[in-house]
Structure formats: C-alpha cells, structure tokens
Ligand binder design. Structure first.
Ligand code: G3D
Ligand code: MG
Length: 179
C-alpha cells in the first residue's frame, strides 16, 4: 500500500497496528488476548506456536499476536518482530523467581532492530493474587527507567476480571495517535 493511501486510511482509523504479546509461559498472555477479543475468560492451555486475533477498539484496529512463552519457544519470538508497533510484555506478578529471566528476555528484545520503534507496554498481571508484586516493584526489578529509546508504560492488571487491560490499551492508543 502506498504511503498516501496508508496515511488516508490512518485518518479513518483503519490502519492495522501490529501488537505482539510476549512473556514467560503461564504469565497470562492468552487470557489477556481473549479478554480483548471477547471480553470473557477462556480456558487456556499452554500455547504452542502462536494465537493471532484482530481487535477493533475505538476506531483502532489491532492485530495481536500471542506468542508461546515456554523456554523452547522463545528463540522463535524474533520471527514475529517485523513491523511490530507495540510490544506487550506480560509479567506474572506472583512469579518472583523468574522475574530476572523476564528482564533478560525483555532487554534482549529491546536490542532487536525490528523492534527499535516499538512501544513497550508491560502488564503486571495477576494483581488479584494476594502477595503479588506491585507494578512499582516490578518496574524497579525490571529497571524500566533505564529504557530511554522506547516509550514504555507499566500497567497493573488482572486478566481474569479484565481490570486494567483497557487502561493499558488506552495508553498504546494515545501513543500511536501522537506518532
Ligand atoms: P500464557 O498464555 O502466558 O502461558 P495463560 O498464560 O493465559 O494460559 O494463563 C496461565 C494461567 O494463569 C491460567 O490458569 C490462567 O487462568 C491464569 N491467569 C491468567 N491471568 C490471571 C490473573 O490475572 N489472575 C489469576 N489469578 N490467574 C490468572 P490455569 O489454572 O488455567 O493454568
Ligand atoms: Mg498461552
């Protein structure tokens, strides 16, 4: 599609925005994707490969890829990066042990050329679980303030109830509008 055409379509809000949802296995990625699709909780099983869905919200059209997070699958993440406008990192706020793994994965992604212009939204998921880490704590552990070359935002959420999810998406939308 030509540049002018895509700008025109952009005015009507029909430009597709590619979003990829990454994170370790069991973080809640697939639950989040289907909350956006259907506003309901689906029964998930570990994702082998990926799920992709189109989501239309407030005149924006997102194509969201939910990529399997098991260790053996993480090396395939890079094949999904091209043309990504937003990277959503889902963190299981109850999983203190693997937060450092999450951090390593995050920083290796941010160094990828294909993601150099991508926004970063971090969902601090499973806030309903007692004793889970707060968004502030996760932000500090992930050292998000050291990220200077990407716009980023962290949002506390609970994928089961949907709480916080649209607040996160709202931030993405505002950022994309300002581009
Ligand atoms: P993944 O796609 O990142 O691997 P899933 O993760 O979406 O498959 O979710 C993994 C498990 O976490 C699921 O539980 C799911 O219901 C649960 N989960 C997701 N989000 C939340 C949340 O916000 N709070 C709580 N308490 N649980 C959540 P099961 O038991 O089906 O494995
Ligand atoms: Mg999954």
């Amino acid at each position: 599609m030509g540049y002018l055409m895509s700008r025109l379509l952009g005015l009507f809000g029909t430009t597709e925005r590619k979003v990829i949802i990454v994170g370790l296995d069991n973080a809640g990625k697939t639950t989040i994707l289907y909350q956006f699709v259907m506003n309901e909780v689906v029964h998930t099983s570990p994702t082998i490969g990926s799920n992709v869905e189109e989501i239309k919200w407030k005149n924006m059209h997102f194509v969201m890829w939910d990529i399997g997070g098991q260790e053996s699958l993480r090396s395939t993440w890079a094949t999904y990066y091209a043309n990504t406008e937003c990277l959503i990192l889902v963190v299981d706020s109850t999983d203190r042990e693997r937060l450092s793994v999450c951090k390593d994965e995050l920083f290796s992604m941010l160094h990828q050329e294909d993601l150099s212009k991508a926004l970063l939204l971090v969902f601090a998921n499973k806030q309903d679980v007692k004793g889970s880490m707060s968004a502030a704590e996760i932000s500090q552990q992930l050292n998000l303030t050291s990220i200077k070359d990407h716009s980023w935002h962290i949002q506390a959420c609970c994928a089961l109830s949907g709480e916080g999810l649209y607040q996160g998406l709202e931030w993405v939308m505002q950022q994309l509008k300002n581009r």
